[in-house]
Design a protein around this ligand. Structure first.
Ligand code: ACO
Length: 273
């Protein structure tokens, strides 16, 4: 099924499973338990198109089973300057159409297109993996939302997050609104989005948008250090714990306690049963 979907989009699921692809400005590499996705259009500040999101979704659908950590990064000075602005022109991106053309289609078709784009972001929250955004320079609009799609954000001291969509007459629709509210709270999320202001490294750290901020030259090392810490824990226990943490906000204390017991019983059975 996943393979058929990948082939429909012109991709090759086997290449992803084998752990190395390069398509549509996205590079993908696997080294043991670590996968790295690199937005690779630095000359356009890693601006994103429908093809970028299809490629992200394809990687998610075919992620090799051994992968425990997924790093998402951007080549060059910026993590991502957001959606490719050509998508707002009547001509659009060659071969991919434009938003102005898509907006003329019926609502259901357009919403379906958005759901397809969102699929490139949603899989990064799977319990079986921990996703880390390594963010330097600009993370604007879709770039900010891609960073928000990851479990953790490690940033360089030149980072600037900006949710620019409302300034352009749009809403953030690439899965970013929920994680933003959960990370920084409703009031701060309203402040950040409805002013489309820039959030820099010191504030990102202070409000919980970033876990670690380091000098730009230390970003890769900081990510490697975090990966080493993450891989030091038991794989199945890590997945079960992430499931519990992800479910915590939607449950009462009593319900969460029951969920903890169920996960622990399964753990004990796996370890000693
Ligand atoms: N879409 C398409 N091309 C882009 C984008 C983008 N979002 N961002 C940058 N580029 C291109 C520029 O047009 C330029 O191309 P050129 O060399 O052919 O002229 C190249 O990338 C470099 O851009 P500069 O502006 O020269 O780079 P600089 O480092 O000075 O500025 C910055 C970077 C601040 C990110 C600036 O490019 C910018 O403001 N980009 C637009 C950001 C934006 O509005 N994104 C949409 C957000 S809303 C959403 O994502 C849904």
């Amino acid at each position: 099924m996943a393979e058929a979907q990948a082939q429909q989009r012109g991709g090759n699921a086997e290449e992803v499973s084998a752990g190395k692809t390069a398509a549509d400005g996205v590079r993908f590499e696997v080294d043991g338990e670590i996968a790295t996705i690199t937005l690779d259009r630095p000359e356009k500040r890693n601006a994103q198109t429908f093809a970028t999101w299809s490629e992200l979704a394809r990687i998610g659908e075919n992620l090799p089973e051994q992968v425990r950590v997924v790093v998402v990064k951007g080549e060059g000075p910026s993590f991502s300057a957001g959606i490719d602005l050509r998508m707002f022109t009547p001509e659009g991106v060659p071969g991919q159409g434009s938003f102005s053309a898509a907006a003329k289609s019926d609502g259901a078709t357009f919403e379906q297109r958005i759901r397809q784009a969102q699929a490139g972001f949603l899989w990064l929250r799977r319990p079986e993996i921990v996703s880390i955004a390594a963010v330097q320079g600009h993370a604007i609009g879709a770039g900010f939302q891609l960073a928000l799609a990851c479990d953790l954000r490690i940033v360089a001291d030149d980072v600037s997050f900006c949710m620019k969509e409302p300034a352009l007459g749009l809403v953030p629709d690439l899965t970013g609104t929920k994680p933003l509210v959960e990370l920084v709270g409703l009031a701060k999320a309203i402040d950040i989005c409805l002013t489309a202001r820039t959030v820099r490294a010191d504030e990102a750290l202070r409000i919980g948008l970033a876990e670690i901020a380091v000098a730009g030259g230390d970003l890769d090392q900081a990510v490697q250090n975090k990966i080493a810490e993450l891989l030091a824990t038991n794989r199945d226990a890590a997945a079960a714990t992430k499931r519990l943490l992800q479910g915590a906000q939607g449950r009462t204390l009593e319900e969460q306690s029951v969920a903890e017991g169920i996960e622990q019983a399964a753990r004990l059975k796996a370890l000693f049963g």
